[in-house]
Structures are given as structure tokens and as C-alpha cells.
Design a protein around this ligand. Structure first.
Ligand code: PLP
Length: 503
């Protein structure tokens, strides 16, 4: 018998294509992340056969007993039992968003007759989720403030679709602490000096954001960690500025994942994911999700999901449900392995003259610049409570020598003959093509390790000036560290690096 007793979804006799909140949220939210991942959405009581796995419901239409009377489903684009199960599971994992939604509904007096369902809305891809948020919030000439180092497909949508077709404009702003002066190494700072400096940096960052906000700004869009430089932006700080101006803060949480980071609990209004990455986790399903506990936004996204019809197939939903059940254990292994690779690069690769500028949010270097210290502290602050509990149990702290696990992505610059080369990627290509375990491929977040050259692959379509500004050159390599044996991964990186450099 399931340890979690959740009553079945009551049939919705209203418009049918949307569902009421489907479970007594208060009884669920006390369970931990990994338990929720397994049970929410997969309650046997919700399945006609009491199966412990949700049914794969392929029917596109549902019989009505009388005109307008049905058991909650009319047509599969509008709502589908497998997708509904996935959405409940996703809402539970991303910051316990159904609980936050329920609180907001009660506060706004909307809980009776609420029709827009769970706080998560599933899409056919991350790009479809992104398009829905941008067109839903900032069309008809609205303005977006976006973090500069944003995913190339997102900036493409902002500039080539929203701007050209909907008159939406975007300002790209650096919202990280990695500013020029933040790179200097400060010695012998007292705690008080550190705190004062941090406050000044926070103020400076807020002013930069305030300076970009206009009367017509409809969305603030951030990613953290960013792609491919893995810079961090302070979600809580940005959320405070966003709130002051009444603008929704949207966080694309794809490069982290809900196990490591819950932007909603840090004050964000909306979270977006490419579920193709860590949520799917096996490089075999495309998907996207929007999560928001704000009723008015949720209704709008739910409406657009049905109106635009860019929904995931029931089978893709079913695969995602299955994948999410192992998100906790996959994320932990990704984090431990990525930390090992980052540490090897920093502790062996840098002194050996093989690489420079190793980027991993939780990495602690023996000598840190101010920006690096700030980012490491932020990586710790922005960890979800669940991840932090596990990381501490493993014996790590914010100040651990070498750092702490903080996700599965690592990037670095290989040292080529021509240091800092904008275009010469010969050494990087030798390294990438010499790897045996890391597959040379775009994408990330799967159980198998991947490596790529952003200059010519994921970021090939970004304007050269912008790439140069962001440090994306012929030497930059991005790794998605999988869950193979950590020793094997380090050995693969070492062998291929030495072969690429020491010709
Ligand atoms: N957001 C980020 C950060 C991504 O990396 C990607 C894809 O790489 C997307 C959104 C788009 O997701 P999809 O490829 O599932 O459309």
C-alpha cells in the first residue's frame, strides 16, 4: 500500500478541460523532495486499476454521459490524465508550488471553483514554455530586462520573434558579480570589510537592474547558473527589485534543477525549464514546463497551453514522470562527479598549464578573487533546503576546501598556443575529439557525460561581439558531467587534455 493516501481527483463538472487542485496539499508538503518525486502524481488511487505507475492515456477524446457532462477530461490537448499527473509531480518538486498556489488562492478568495489546475504547466519543449511566458507577459510592445548571458534560443526568441512579430524590446544586462573590479584578489579583508563591500556590490547590482527597468517593462528574465559561463545571479536580490516595481521575475532553472535550486522560494514569480535536460535526464525526451503559484499568471499560461496547442505527448509525459522519480539520486551523482572534475581541473590542470578559468559554482580555489568568493557564497545560499541538508550530511560546507557539489555543469578554457583566441579552436577540438567517455554533443543534463565547444555549437548563432563580451571563444569548453564512475571521467578528461596540449 502506498504510504501516502491521497484521495482521487474529484470529477470537474465545470468546463471540464481544466482541473481543480487535485489533492489536499497540506498533507503532502511535509514530505521530503525524494518522497514527493516518487508519490505525487503516481498515487494508485488516481489510476483506474490502482497501478503504482500512472496510466499512459493515449485517447485524444473522452466520452460524455450527457452533453457537457464528463469525468474531467474532454479532449487531450486541453487536458490529459498522464499530463495532469506530470504537472502535479512537477509542481510539487519545483518549490512545492501547489502549496504556494493554494495559499495564494485562499488569500485572493479564488479557491472555490478554481479551474486552472496545478501550478505547473507542461509543454512540448523548453522553447515552447519560453515562448508562452514571453508572449503571454510581454507582447504588444512590452519591454523585457534579460540577463546578458541568456540561452541562445531564448535571446533568439526575444530578438527575432517577440521583437519582430510582437514589437517587444529586450535590454540585456549583466546581473552577475563577475565585474572587472570583482576579479581582484583581496588579501587580509576583515569580516566587516567583506560585509561592507558585499553590500556595496549588492547596491551596485540593484542600481544596474533599476537602470534597465522602464515604465513598459513587463518581465525580468534570468538564468542562473548561466550558459555557458556558469555565472550566478542573486535571485532573492533581483526578486526584491522586481517586486518593488510590480514586475514578474522569471527564472530559467534548466542549468540547475529543482533538486538543487527552487527560485520560487527565493522570491521568483515564475520558473521555466527545458525538461529535455535534468528533468528528463536520459537524453531521450523533449519537454518544457512553466511553474507559477500566482493565480492570474497561471490562468494565462494554462489558457495559452490549450490555445497554442504546444503540448507534450502522453508518452513524453509518462517518460518524464518516470525520470523525475530518480531526480534526487541522479542530481547527487551529477554534483559529486562534476565537483571532482572541476577540482581536478583547478588543482592539477591549472598548475600544469593545461587550462585556465575553471567555472563551477561551488568550487573553492586556494586563492579566490572577490567575484569568485561572492559566487561561491551565492551558490551556497541559493541551494535548496533539501540539497543543503544532503550536502552537509556528506561533510561539505560553504567553506570546504575544494568546494561543494552544486550541479552537474563545468566549463573552462583550454590553454591553446594562442591564449584567449577568439576563433582558433584547434586545441579545444583536439581535446573534444579525443574524449572517449564524454560524447561530443550539444544538450546537457543526461546521465551520460557530454562535452561541447560553445563557440561553434550551442552559441554558434550568437553575434560575435556578444560572444566576445561573454568570454565565449575558441578555447571555451562546456562539460555536462554525467553519472558514470567519477575516476573514469577524470581519467578521460586528463588523458584527452594532455594529448591535446602536449602534442
Ligand atoms: N533554456 C535553456 C537554459 C536551455 O539550455 C534550453 C535548451 O538547450 C532551453 C531553454 C530550450 O529547451 P528545449 O531545447 O527543450 O526547447
Amino acid at each position: 500500500m502506498s504510504p501516502v493516501q491521497i484521495p482521487p481527483t474529484p470529477p470537474n463538472g465545470l468546463n471540464g478541460h481544466v482541473q481543480p487542485l487535485t489533492a489536499p496539499v497540506s498533507s503532502i508538503n511535509s514530505l521530503s523532495f525524494s518522497t514527493r518525486a516518487l508519490h505525487i502524481g503516481s498515487e494508485p488511487s488516481l489510476s483506474a486499476s490502482n497501478g503504482v505507475v500512472p496510466e499512459l492515456s493515449l485517447s485524444t477524446t473522452y466520452q460524455q454521459s450527457k452533453v457537457g457532462q464528463h469525468r474531467g477530461y474532454e479532449y487531450s490537448r486541453s487536458d490529459n490524465p498522464t499530463r495532469r499527473a506530470l504537472e502535479r509531480q512537477l509542481a510539487s518538486l519545483e518549490g512545492n508550488a501547489d502549496r504556494l498556489l493554494e495559499e495564494n488562492l485562499v488569500a485572493e478568495g479564488l479557491n472555490e471553483g478554481w479551474e486552472a489546475g496545478s501550478a505547473a504547466v507542461a509543454f512540448a519543449s523548453g522553447s515552447a514554455a519560453t515562448a508562452t511566458v514571453i508572449s503571454g507577459l510581454a507582447s504588444r510592445g512590452g519591454h523585457i530586462v534579460s540577463v546578458g548571458d541568456v540561452y541562445g534560443g531564448t535571446s533568439r526568441y526575444m530578438l527575432k520573434v517577440a521583437q519582430e512579430l510582437q514589437g517587444t524590446t529586450t535590454s540585456f544586462v549583466d546581473l552577475s558579480y563577475q565585474l572587472d573590479q570583482a576579479r581582484q584578489v583581496l588579501k587580509g579583508e576583515t569580516e566587516e570589510q567583506k560585509r561592507e563591500q558585499d553590500e556595496r556590490d549588492d547596491e551596485e547590482l540593484s542600481e544596474r537592474l533599476e537602470g534597465a527597468i522602464r515604465e513598459d517593462t513587463k518581465v525580468i528574465w534570468v538564468e542562473t547558473p548561466t550558459n555557458p559561463m556558469l555565472s550566478l545571479v542573486p535571485i532573492a536580490l533581483i526578486a526584491r527589485v522586481a517586486k518593488k516595481h510590480g514586475i514578474p521575475l522569471v527564472v530559467d532553472n534548466t542549468f540547475s534543477n529543482p533538486y538543487y535550486q527552487n527560485p520560487l522560494t527565493l522570491g521568483a514569480s515564475v520558473v521555466v525549464h527545458s525538461a529535455t535536460k535534468y528533468l528528463g535526464g536520459h537524453s531521450d525526451v523533449l519537454g518544457g514546463v512553466i511553474v507559477t503559484p500566482i493565480p492570474s499568471l497561471l490562468s494565462r499560461f494554462r489558457f495559452l497551453q490549450n490555445a497554442n496547442g504546444n503540448v507534450p505527448s502522453p508518452f513524453d509525459c509518462w517518460l518524464l514522470i518516470r525520470s523525475l522519480k530518480t531526480l534526487t539520486i541522479r542530481s547527487r551523482e551529477h554534483g559529486l562527479n562534476a565537483l571532482r572534475v572541476a577540482r581536478w581541473l583547478q588543482e592539477v590542470g591549472v598548475p600544469a598549464g593545461l587550462v585556465r578559468d575553471v567555472r563551477y559554482p561551488g568550487l573553492k580555489r586556494a586563492i579566490e578573487s572577490k567575484g569568485e568568493r561572492r559566487e561561491r557564497e551565492l551558490a551556497w545560499e541559493q541551494l535548496s533546503a533539501e540539497a543543503k541538508k544532503w550536502i552537509v550530511k556528506q561533510g561539505f560546507s560553504a567553506e570546504s576546501e575544494g568546494g561543494f557539489p552544486s550541479g552537474g555543469m563545468v566549463s573552462f578554457h583550454i590553454l591553446s598556443e594562442e591564449e584567449g583566441s577568439q576563433t582558433n579552436s584547434a586545441a579545444a577540438e583536439r581535446f573534444l575529439e579525443g574524449l572517449e567517455l564524454f560524447a561530443l554533443a550539444e544538450s546537457l543534463g543526461g546521465v551520460e557525460s557530454l562535452a561541447e565547444l560553445p563557440l561553434k555549437m550551442t552559441h554558434g548563432g550568437v553575434a560575435p561581439e556578444r560572444r566576445a563580451q561573454l568570454g565565449i571563444n575558441g578555447e571555451l569548453i562546456r562539460l555536462s558531467v554525467g553519472i558514470e564512475d567519477g575516476d573514469d571521467l577524470v581519467a578521460d578528461v586528463e588523458r584527452s587534455l594532455r594529448a591535446a596540449i602536449e602534442l
